[in-house]
Structures are given as C-alpha cells and as structure tokens.
Design a binder for this molecule. Sequence first.
Ligand code: SFD
Ligand code: AMP
Length: 675
Amino acid sequence: MSGTFEAPEVVVEELDILLIGGGMACCGTAYEMMRWAEAVKAETGKDLKIKLVDKAALDRSGAVAQGLSAINTYIGPGLDPADYTRMVSNDLMGITRDDLVYDLGRVVDDSVHLFEEWGLPIWKTDDDGVRHDGADAEKEGIPALKDGGKPVRSGKWQIMINGESYKWIVAEAAKKALGLARIEERVFIVHLINDKNDPSRIAGAAGFSVRENKIYIYKAKAVMLAAGGCVNLFRPRSVGEGAGRAWYPVWNAGSTYAMAAEAGAEMTMMENRFVPARFKDGYGPVGAWFLLFKAKATNAYGEDYMIKNKDMLNDYPPYGGAIVPPACLRNHLMLKEMKDGRGPIYMDTVAALAKLAETLTPKEVKHLEAEAWEDFLDMCVGQCGIWVGENVDPREKNSELMPTEPYLLGSHSGCCGIWVSGPTDLGAPTTEEYADVPAHLPKGWNWGYRSMTTVKGLFTAGDGVGASGHKFSSGAHAEGRLAAKAMVKYALDTADFKLEFDESTEQIAAAIWKPVRTFLEHKNYTTAIDVNPNYITPKMLQMRLQKIMDEYVAGCSTYYNTNDKMLGVAEEKLELLKEDAQKMRAKDLHELLRAWENYHRILTAEVHMKHIQFREESRYPGFYYRTDKNFVDEENWHCFVNSIYDKNTKQWTCFKRKHVDLVDKSKLFKAPAPH
Ligand code: SFD
Ligand code: AMP
C-alpha cells in the first residue's frame, strides 16, 4: 500500500548496519565496509544487511556537490602525520585530539590515490617543473601520485585537481561497492532510536522520503551518522533573493550534531565555529588565491593588514607566534580594519596576476587565468555570476572579501563535533598521571571501536568527529573508511544482541508527521495559507532562529561579539523558540523537510550557545569574542569543553576534559612554546 499525505506508509526494516548520509565520509565508509563485509561473508557465510540513506542523491549530495578545485589534505612524501597534527592543532588554537588527527594523517593519502584511480584528474608537475592539468598529465604519461607523480601543490598541504565531477567520481565508487539495492536516496533521517534496555546503545533511526508519503524506520546494530555540518543557523549575509546562498552547503542542517546529542552522545568543542573570509556575496573560496596565486588581502587603502596589524598577534601567545598564524587570528587582523572604518577589504587579484606574469610563460599565465574562473566554476558557481554581473576581470579589478556568517563543522577549518573513540595503536602514556590507565591514550580517549561515539553502536566521521579539523574532502573520506572496519567488527561482536526500540513505531511515525498534522488540522482557519494563529511556517521560524543567533550569539551584525548577558538573552529566546517550534507546519513534503531541518538547527544552535557560555574566555578571536572575557586563558581553559544532552529533561550539561599533547608542538613556533 502506498501512503497519502494524510496517512503515510510506514516501512520498517531490520539491518545490521545503517549509514546515514552520502557525502565524502559516508562514501568512504560504504567503499571500505563492503571490502570487510565481503570478507566476512566469504569466511563465515554471514551476509551483513547494510543500507545507506541520503537525504539527497549521492552523485551531487553534500559539501562537494558543485565539485572542488583542490584537495586540501594530501600529506605526500616529505611531510609526515606528525607535521600534519601540529598544523591542525595550531590552526585550532591548540585544542585538538592528536590521536585522531595523527591517525587520519597516516591514511588520508590512500583515499587520494583511490580518487585518482577512479578517474579524478589531478594536476601534475613534470620533470622540467611545468604544470599540467590532470587529463593532460595522464595523456603525457606522467605517473599517478601513488607511482611517484608530483602534484601541483597550491599550499603545503593542498594539491590542485580538475574537480568539477569530484563527487560523482567518489559516489560512483561507493555505489559500485554497495550495489544500488543497498542505497535509499531522498530519505531524510530525523531521529535516532535508543535501545529500551540499554539507553546508552543505539537501536536504529527513523526518517521520511522527501518524494513519497513514506516513513522509514530502521533497526540497526551499528549506525554511521555522517550528515555533515550545520549551515544557516545564523542569519546569512546574503538576504532576500540571495538567501539560498551560503559558503558551506545549505542542505546540511546540523542533523549530525542534533541527532547524536539527542541519542546521548558526548559532544565536544561545540563552541568552535568557522567564519571563513570569502569573496563577498558569491562566497567564492580564497585558498587558491592566497596559496596558488600568492595574492595579498588589503584594506581599502591598499595596506596589507597581516603586516600592518601583526603586533596584535602578540596578544595571543603561543598561537600568534606561529609561523602560519591560525585562521581565526587572520580574521582578527582583518576585522580590525573593518571595525576602524578602513573597509572594504580586497583580494589584490590585480597585483597577484601581474606578478605571476613576470615569471611564468604566457601559456602558464593563460592557464592560471582560466583556473581563477574554474576555481569558482568548480565549487562555487554563484561567484562566477557575481564576477560576470559586476564586470570583474581579476587582472583589472580587485574583488571584495568579507568574513561570512558562522558555520559549524568538524572537517574544514573547524573542530566542533562528537567525542569519539581513538585509534588503538597510538600514544604512549606520557605522564605519571596516566601510568595506571591500561589504554595507551589518555583516559577517556579510547573505548575499543575506532570512531564510535559514547553511544554504543553509533559511529561518526567527517564533520561529525569533533576536536580534529582540517580533514577536508579527502580526510572526511579517509575517516569514513577508518570507521568502516570498526563498524563491521562491532556488528559481528553484537550479532546475538536483541535490540528493542525505546519508543513504539507508532509514536515515532506520529512525531515525524506532526508538522503535517498541525497543518491539516488548522489550514482552513484562515484564507491566507501562511498567516494562521495555530501554526508557524518553517521559513518564518528559521528567520527567527537566525535573528537570535545573529544578534546575541556573535553573528555578523555584532562583528562576532557576544557577552554573558547577551548569551543569557539568547538562552531565554531559544527556549521560547523551541516552544513555538512545536507549532511548525508542513503543507507538503518539502516543508516537512524544512521543519525537521529547523529542529536540528535549533538544537545545534543551543549547544553552540551553551558551550560559548561555559567557556569563560575567547578561544577563537576573529571567529567570536566574549567581550566580558576577551582573552585566551591558557591556564584555565586549555582544555576540551564537552557536553551531554538529556533527551528526557531536555537539559545540557557542559564540562571540561583535560587536553593532552601527544605530538611535540614546539616546531610550530618561531620562539619555544611555553607548554
Ligand atoms: O575551497 C543527510 N571543502 C573542501 N575540501 C577540500 O578538500 N578542498 C577544498 O577546496 C574545500 N573547499 C570547500 C569545501 C566545501 C565547500 C562546500 C566549499 C569549498 C564551497 C570541504 C569538504 O567538502 C568537506 O570537508 C567534506 O565534504 C565533509 O564531508 P562529510 O561527509 O562530513 O559531509 P558532506 O560531504 O557534506 O556530506 C553530508 C551528507 O549527509 C547528507 N545528509 N542524509 C540523511 N539524513 C539527514 N538528516 C541528512 N543531513 C545531511 C547530505 O545529503 C550529504 O550526503 S574550500 O573552501 O577550501
Ligand atoms: P579556503 O579556500 O579558505 O577554504 O582555504 C583552502 C585551504 O587553504 C585550507 O587548507 C586553508 O587552511 C588554506 N588557507 C586559506 N587561506 C590561507 C592563508 N592566508 N594562509 C595559509 N593557508 C590558507
């Protein structure tokens, strides 16, 4: 029987393993998992039931939808995972999990090699130092990366690709590994289900089809939750007709953080956020300009604020003294110019291209100019629209840069997310304090299965894993792969375990469809469908959330400033918003999706606010400032801030966890680091 809008069909499926999301991380998990699952089947005859569900279509879902033009994490020969660990730590102001980052550093290149094998064109440098596009390099017989081919480094960690079809290529490999029967596209998961007899264990997940009137309820022993980061929880700089634009993908709505928290998973560093400097209005990325084109950003009067304001870095030892200052401090120096009225900020594309023309051949210059456009066409096509619409030729006219609205993510240059179990073969106890801990890592960093959250059977990767940023596309894929093996092991270890849902399927289905019921019940009360005292549209509710976050939780409109009092106001307003959210309506499946995205955003916004409130310092100047605690306090706050949500009382508990360096960080600094 197929369902109707009034009475949706409820499909219940029993699985061993469920993968939620179809982005870089989940594609990695899918690819790797099938290798282990097939080995298990060959050896034992056990055929693990595995399914992947994505709210969109795998080929273009997630952050890499439009493609990318660089892979930002490729270690390659000459660097080592410890160097990578140091860089990540420094960029995130010293508070990351060295075990997770180092572990990823050991395997990330393997994912890049696979991408190349699957057809991703990677720029190469030949023996004469000449650069070639990926396809040309292949035609000319330049070896693949894994056979010693030299990539074109845009930066120390980044390599250039022709990546318009990056996601297609990665998705194809995942689909091939899984087989189409194991994939359900356009199913939005809204809720994780705990086990009735052990609330700290996962038992499944539930969602609905965004195309058909169907609710899906999955029972599963192991669940991968990799549904990306959180976008549009702050009022975006682009309003009105541009409101659908953002830098990070608008379709990732905090599902990872909200659902994991509701299931009881310990969260970490949720105060962290990323406020990227981007080309104004189109959100075009800047990495290629800064790193490959060696462009400088200036204030309106042509002054390089990184030089002009460099003494401001001294306020933040030891990080300000790093050879490459952290991204937030680079913003800090930029914001000074904007606040003092010396904006707009410009990317000096004119000088950069003229300088490159002095040393490169005309053919290479032409290629680079084409790349300037391709960089946007690959990953942020709207920026090309801006350049065309505003008659921008980057050789002749500089473009404005602007710090964007904040995004929550754990894979790009941010580190909020979920606390996970680390690798099993890293890190000797360094201090006496840990000498009695049987595990090799600091206490509480490992509980057996790599990438498992503190909820048994619930795993995460990519934007989901907290305290370890700078994975980017390649790292998210690799991290998904790392989890796959542990998930198969967990599913086998718990094969005889009988799961029981802590809610009935009827309760779950009713909760999912509630916004539809609200609409159907009240729709005839007024003649204007959007104006009704009995419900609020998801769009209006989203605007309210964004306004609260923007004005009180350090959004753009306050230059990223907040304080204890403003946070108090936000807390109160969010409470009221949550009450009203219960009255969200859904007049069609699209609005049902929007309503549930909002629920996820609200919970994510709340935990972000609570963490900022708890951490009594400003750890990320340039990303946010607590003006009542406007300093970095290494003595008291060089620690993780973690939290747990109780879905019954709806209360958050924030607490400190000790931070330990496993990799020596002194190499990062011009002067010796104090710790
Ligand atoms: O230029 C549900 N990223 C870059 N990485 C690089 O390596 N190089 C770059 O050049 C990068 N740049 C960049 C990047 C991203 C974006 C948007 C731009 C530019 C414009 C970052 C990476 O893309 C990012 O780190 C990874 O993709 C993260 O991977 P992952 O798997 O954690 O998230 P995802 O790929 O967005 O996938 C999420 C999936 O979840 C689905 N989903 N499914 C079911 N139910 C729900 N409730 C769901 N909610 C979400 C999504 O559909 C998706 O499949 S640059 O700026 O530096
Ligand atoms: P973005 O385009 O800003 O997302 O950056 C892409 C990559 O370049 C990421 O690895 C960033 O950390 C790095 N990056 C961007 N800008 C700079 C900069 N000014 N200095 C050093 N690294 C940068």
